[in-house]
Design a protein around this ligand. Structure first.
Ligand SMILES: Nc1nc2c(ncn2[C@@H]2O[C@H](COP(=O)(O)OP(=O)(O)O)[C@@H](O)[C@H]2O)c(=O)[nH]1
Ligand SMILES: [Mg+2]
Length: 299
């Protein structure tokens, strides 16, 4: 999993600013600390994306707290985004471009002094929206008439050429068109569970039932019982197997297993399928809008 960092380091020579994307539901959990060493060399903007799944859109106090805490950690430039509902043109021209230009011009450009173009690299852990962002940029540019679109690699010199998407003419600003994939930093069980809940690590690694169990614990400990109504339960419960059993029965999620006692097939509620349904309800925002990292002071 180190390859992500190594690839980014290799590209870095030609990069003027790093745009890191992370899931807004976990502003602190899972961000790669090794990136910090890299960031010190380059200007850095953090996009906290998927704000549509959080209450950052309405709770400005929460935003300010998160920004202040990130600042303490050395992250000075934070933008809140939702790639699902945003005007990319206005985002680029009124936010990303002015901010990255200001950052780039305010410090020496290692290896790149004298270069007239600006290269921006998108990095982040899996599933935070890197491809969504880059693909939209690429599509937007392709549909623009009369302008050069993506700058492809030239035959034979592929190794030294970065594929770039031009987003501004004067000065020429490019996005490198493949993102840097960072391995999530799992510094403890709780962080691992939050990353898993946000799909930054594959479900089967942590296990669907474990992820659902963590979410149930998180909801109950915040006295948030939206899952009770959503899944038509009688009462809140802190027993994940009871909850999954009910969801499985209601949704006819049944699996056939061979009994070790009788060696005959028996039908059982499918806990994994109902756990997946529970997790999906959270991920799609059906249980409400949340910031899982709500214990700032402990982090
Ligand atoms: N709700 C929501 N989902 C998003 C947003 N941006 C991206 N996604 C979804 O998150 C998933 C992962 O996105 P992707 O771009 O593949 O992430 P990558 O792994 O970082 O490249 C996809 O299902 C996207 O549709 C957003 O702002 N809000
Ligand atoms: Mg991707």
């Amino acid at each position: 999993m180190q390859t992500g960092i190594l690839q980014i380091q290799a590209k870095l020579k030609k990069i003027d600013c790093i745009i890191e994307i992370h899931d807004a539901r976990i502003p602190f959990s899972g961000r790669n600390t090794r990136l910090r060493d890299i960031i010190k060399l380059r200007p850095h903007v953090l996009l906290l994306n998927k704000t549509d799944l959080t209450d950052f859109t309405t709770n400005y106090e929460k935003r300010n707290l998160v920004e202040a805490k990130l600042k303490q950690d050395g992250v000075d430039n934070v933008l809140f985004t939702s790639f699902h509902d945003m005007n990319y043109d206005s985002f680029l021209h009124s936010q990303i471009l002015p901010l990255s230009r200001e950052l780039i011009e305010s410090r020496p450009r290692y290896h790149r002094d004298g270069a007239e173009d600006f290269n921006l690299l998108v990095v982040g852990v899996p599933n935070v929206g890197k491809s969504t962002f880059i693909n939209t940029l690429r599509n937007n540019q392709m549909h623009r008439k009369g302008k050069a679109t993506t700058v492809g690699a030239k035959a034979g010199v592929t190794k030294s050429v970065l594929n770039k998407i031009k987003i501004s003419l004067n000065p020429a600003v490019y996005f490198i068109d493949t993102p840097g994939i960072l391995p999530p930093k799992v510094s403890g069980l709780e962080v691992g569970m939050r990353l898993a809940a946000c799909a930054c690590v594959p479900d089967h690694i942590v296990g669907e039932v474990n992820i659902a169990d963590y979410l149930l614990f998180w909801f109950n400990s915040r006295k948030n019982f939206s899952y009770v109504e959503y899944f038509g339960l009688k009462d809140p419960s802190d027993n994940i197997l009871d909850v999954l059993f009910k969801i499985a029965i209601d949704n006819r999620m049944i699996t056939r297993v061979r009994s070790i006692v009788t060696n005959e097939y028996v039908y059982r509620p499918d806990n994994i399928a109902s756990a997946a349904m529970f997790i999906m309800a959270f991920r799609k925002g059906k249980l409400g809008s949340f910031v899982l990292d709500d214990d700032y002071s402990e982090r």
